[in-house]
Design a protein around this ligand. Structure first.
Ligand SMILES: [Zn+2]
Length: 383
């Protein structure tokens, strides 16, 4: 057997033990004290592993954690960035109803799949590379932020700065589906609000004095959905709409909430321009468009495809038939990919149920996925 996989397979019980510790230290994005506690737990483990650990302070969210592993002899060597997050969507106290437990080869618990399992893989992959003295010409940085689940407002700048110093970014977010497919493309996701101010009037007495905000917004939506959805790279839908007060009044106000997704940066820019350029069809109404995209798309560039191909090749001897997929939601990999740094996402633990009560990871896949990550770091780091 492969020496890296062999080492990791014998450590499966230790991996589970760490996973349990991490899951049992709850870390909801909205609770700074809790995420900071989780941060300290991890920082202590990483220091023991010989990493230089730095806290990147954040006032509103938990502090982000940056750990640098010196592998290369040259201090100034380029780096590989491992990217993930410490926060979860689960409030403090979730453990009481959803305790860490192992059942039929699956480990359950809040945040176990998204993405404490991925953190465990990163730590064990790095530890194994160290202990087996695998030579690397690059260093490795592990950046775990505290606010991914609330769209990374506080960590984005740090993520981008570290990415600029990196030749590759490996995101240890969960893979997709039971086969654990990697994510080589993610759409940009935007939320927009379309608000119309019309003119109220009595529907029976003087309807001609009114300008219906509902009619205006209905016409606008038909148009914009038609225009945007003509492109196969874009989807735009009004997911919610409100307007009017009572049935006999011409409505003065209406608002529609739009979910917009774009596969490529050009599509994102185009649809955003189209939305901002909307003008009232009935000149007596007023139209305002607010909102925007919170992450750029992660595009499947030739560099991303090559990175996936390398992972696929390395996975085969480990017994993994690696697949790739494109997904709708964004991650911090979208930021790094948009800077042109080859980024591969979905290198975390195989499982299912992100943000849901049945969230779990497959225990037997932990060593193999950690081995895949270790091999990928070794391969990219020896260039
Ligand atoms: Zn996540």
């Amino acid at each position: 057997m492969d020496s890296i996989l062999h080492a990791l397979s014998s450590r499966q019980p230790e991996m589970l033990k760490l996973l349990r510790r991490l899951v049992e230290c709850e870390s909801p994005s909205t609770d700074k004290a809790a995420v900071d506690r989780f941060h300290r737990l991890l920082a202590a483990i990483l220091r023991k592993m010989g990493a230089e650990v730095r806290a990147i302070p954040s006032a509103e969210t938990g502090d982000h954690l940056l750990a640098k592993f010196r592998f290369a002899e040259n201090r100034r060597a380029r780096q590989i960035l491992l990217l993930g997050h410490m926060d979860t969507v689960w409030e403090i106290g979730t453990l009481a109803n959803m305790p860490f437990r192992i059942d039929h080869g699956r480990a359950f618990g809040p945040g176990v799949f998204d993405m404490k399992g991925g953190i465990v893989l990163a730590l064990f992959a790095l530890r194994t590379l160290r202990e087996l003295h695998i030579p690397l010409k690059k260093n490795v940085a592990l950046l775990l932020n505290a606010d991914e689940e609330i769209r990374s407002p506080a960590s984005r700048a740090t993520t981008e700065r570290e990415a600029r110093h990196s030749d590759y970014v490996l995101v240890v977010e969960p893979p997709h589906g039971p086969q654990g497919a990697l994510k080589t493309a993610r759409r940009a996701v935007g939320e927009f609000e379309l608000r119309v101010q019309g003119r109220a009037a009595h529907a029976g007495i003087e309807p001609q004095k009114g300008a219906s905000a509902i009619t205006e917004i209905a016409k606008q939506l038909v148009n914009i959905e038609y225009v945007a959805n003509k492109s196969r790279y874009v989807t735009l839908h009004a997911g919610s709409i409100r307007g009017g007060t009572r049935v006999n009044v011409i409505p003065a106000e209406a608002v529609a909430y739009l979910d917009v997704r774009a596969q490529r940066a050009v599509d994102q820019q185009r649809v955003e321009r189209q939305l901002r350029a909307l003008r009232p069809i009935d000149p007596r109404t007023k139209l305002t468009v607010t909102g925007g995209f919170n992450r750029p798309p992660m595009e499947r560039t030739p560099q991303v495809a090559a990175l996936f191909e390398r992972a696929r090749r390395l996975a085969r001897p480990l017994g993994i038939v690696l697949q790739e997929t494109a997904v709708g939601g964004g991650s911090d990999g979208n930021f790094t990919a948009a800077l042109g740094v080859p980024t591969l996402d979905g290198l975390g633990a195989v499982g299912d149920g992100a943000h849901a009560a049945h969230e779990h990871v497959l225990v037997r896949e932990l060593p193999r996925r950690a081995a895949l990550l270790a091999h990928l770091i070794a391969s990219l780091g020896s260039e």
